[in-house]
Ligand binder design. Structure first.
Ligand code: 5GP
Ligand code: MN
Length: 394
């Protein structure tokens, strides 16, 4: 375990969370940063290990790359842009590189036009060069390095840059030199705000940074309704509003920017592609490649549809299967104690959070769905118990 910098007289037992070991060959002697936060509302976060070492690195202008998981959502992109804007204010040369394209409804974000897309042929070489020449690479909103894609992951690992991981997913892999991680955090955006504050940059937070952070927290908390929505989240929002954040504008930009085909695809999914198994308290959607083509599918168009399955009374486990690029991508959602991430990891090469997870399989969508259905009977007891534990939801 790393050296502890305890503050506020807190007891070490509050940190009974698994702490991975962070050594990797290229990181020898560079030290690690690990910041964990308690859920107790009265205390602030505290730093463990040598945050100062990272700060010393940042004392001089650095070449910095910020990246995130593939098909970034508002948390991944918002966190990256907020951090980018902050580090630029601090005098660094910063570029945000998204591994893949992302939804149009995220493109209003400040500085979005400066984002490079690694997969984009025209921007690939420039992205690789920036990664190779970077002093620091921040990896945001993912815990397994391959979530940036194998090729991009290899480039990051080849680079001499120090790697900083800031994330809220379970079981972070051991690939970073500095880690700020808390799987109880509502979002990576929440951690970015705290990172900025910890760096002494609270006064640097302006409306543009606030908009990016708010978008990440808003979407990852289902508009502040998931259990991860803590008092800390609301305190951060209060800070952002005092800086001039127009929160209604962000809701409109993210949620009220549908195009016609996206809405019609939702209607089609709800009326034609939703299956409900009351016996297993489970509901799921399946969309074939043909379905997506028919509705002129664009990245992001199906985001959030899975939540309609979970909104059905008595349903505690929901899934969304869609056929993309010759494989099937699955989103899982659950309520209560049903561990969607374990299910995704065990059967669909995925992972995530207990109540929101995802995975992927090479099977065509029909096969993936049939296998999914065949797995449910083994979980009947657990699913029943989950409903019993939530009588008001049943
Ligand atoms: P979504 O359903 O929105 O794509 O993903 C929900 C959550 O599941 C994400 O925040 C992420 O934590 C996790 N997730 C989604 N896809 C994958 C995947 O392929 N692998 C892993 N490990 N996690 C995933
Ligand atoms: Mn997130």
């Amino acid at each position: 375990m790393l050296g502890l910098l305890l503050q506020h007289g807190d007891e070490i037992s509050h940190f009974a969370v698994p702490v991975p070991s962070f050594d990797r060959p290229s990181a020898q002697g560079c030290g690690k940063l690990l910041i964990l936060r308690r859920r107790m509302e009265t205390t602030k976060m505290r730093a463990i290990s040598n945050f100062e070492q990272l700060q010393r690195l940042l004392a001089e202008p650095k070449k910095i790359v910020i990246t995130m998981h593939q098909r970034p959502d508002a948390d991944a992109l918002g966190s990256s842009l907020a951090l980018c804007l902050f580090l630029q204010k601090e005098g660094h040369q910063v570029t945000v590189i998204a591994p893949t394209p992302y939804a149009d409804f995220l493109k209003w974000m400040p500085s979005n036009s400066d984002v490079l897309v690694y997969e984009d042929e025209a921007q690939h070489e420039a992205s690789q060069k920036l990664v190779a020449e970077a002093d620091l690479i921040y990896c945001l909103d993912f815990s397994c390095i391959n979530r940036v894609g194998h090729k991009f992951a290899a480039d990051i690992q080849k680079s001499d840059a120090k790697v900083v991981l800031i994330d809220h997913h379970i079981d972070p892999e051991d690939f970073a030199d500095f880690v700020l991680w808390d799987h109880h955090a509502s979002s990576t955006a929440e951690l970015i705000y705290e990172y900025i504050v910890l760096s002494g940059g609270k006064d640097e937070v302006d409306v543009a940074i606030g908009e990016c952070i708010y978008a990440g927290m808003m979407t990852d908390t289902g508009s502040f309704r998931f259990p991860s929505t803590s008092a800390n989240v609301h305190r951060i929002i209060a800070d952002l509003m005092e800086k001039g954040l127009d929160h209604s504008r962000i809701h409109r930009l993210v949620y009220d920017d549908n195009n016609e085909t996206r809405l019609r695809l939702l209607g089609f999914a709800l009326s034609e592609r939703l299956e409900i198994s009351y016996e297993y308290h489970t509901a799921f959607f399946k969309l074939s490649a043909e379905d997506l083509k028919r509705f002129d599918y664009r990245t992001g168009d199906t985001e959030g549809i899975v939540n309609y399955a979970l909104s059905i009374s008595g349903i505690v486990f929901a899934a969304f299967f869609s056929e993309k690029d010759g494989a099937t991508k699955i989103s899982f959602r659950s309520v209560g104690d049903f561990p969607a991430n374990e299910f995704a990891g065990k059967y669909f090469n995925g992972g995530g959070h207990k109540n929101a997870a995802g995975g992927r399989t090479e099977e065509p969508v029909e096969e993936a769905v049939e296998r999914f259905k065949s797995l449910l009977p083994a979980y009947k007891e657990q699913l029943d118990a989950c409903v019993d534990a939530l009588p008001d939801m049943a």
